[in-house]
Design a protein around this ligand. Sequence first.
Ligand SMILES: CC(C)(COP(=O)(O)OP(=O)(O)OC[C@H]1O[C@@H](n2cnc3c(N)ncnc32)[C@H](O)[C@@H]1OP(=O)(O)O)[C@@H](O)C(=O)NCCC(=O)NCCS
Length: 164
Amino acid sequence: MLVIRAATQGDRDAIWNIFREIVATADTYAFDPNISRDEALAYWFRSDTHTYVAENNGRVIGTYILRANQCGPGSHVANAAFMVARNAQGQGIGRAMAEHCLNEARHFGFRAMQFNFVVSTNAAAIRLWQQLGFEIVGTLPGAFRHPQKGYVDVHVMFRSVPED
Ligand SMILES: CC(C)(COP(=O)(O)OP(=O)(O)OC[C@H]1O[C@@H](n2cnc3c(N)ncnc32)[C@H](O)[C@@H]1OP(=O)(O)O)[C@@H](O)C(=O)NCCC(=O)NCCS
């Protein structure tokens, strides 16, 4: 059974294992693929960030973060990032976490959600975000250096978060 819950300090190893695996291929996120455990976890558990895990039968197989995309007058727009363990991808975990995330964003009073850096070659992510109502509102030409495909575009994706 899939449970999505707030992450605890006890999830740090499991989150690092997923994070390390995802950034190692350098094809979806603009993180240093050799980022240290401490740096990665500091980013994922930043004090302004809500951190969650998806757990299946007691095993953490996904994680996401939710935070304000900007400070002050920009803080009503949320930002989020998602990672599913490679061997658990394509089984609906990402969709379940994204739906949970939108509910949490609504609960926290965010009015919209923005993804700042969706790599245009990341077909699974773009398809999922579009299915969930996100639109590509801008494209940054050649903003990502893909390890196999070279310089590729990056999309900014956005959707409103209606009040309850
Ligand atoms: C992107 C990611 C979060 C999606 O999570 P997931 O659990 O793999 O995706 P789901 O199983 O929930 O699939 C949801 C939808 O994504 C799309 N999708 C999933 N895998 C796909 C693939 N290989 N090709 C195309 N679309 C795909 C489908 O539209 C799918 O919906 P459907 O089953 O109704 O067709 C996950 O694959 C991941 O962590 N990828 C690496 C990190 C990353 O890219 N994060 C997002 C950065 S913007």
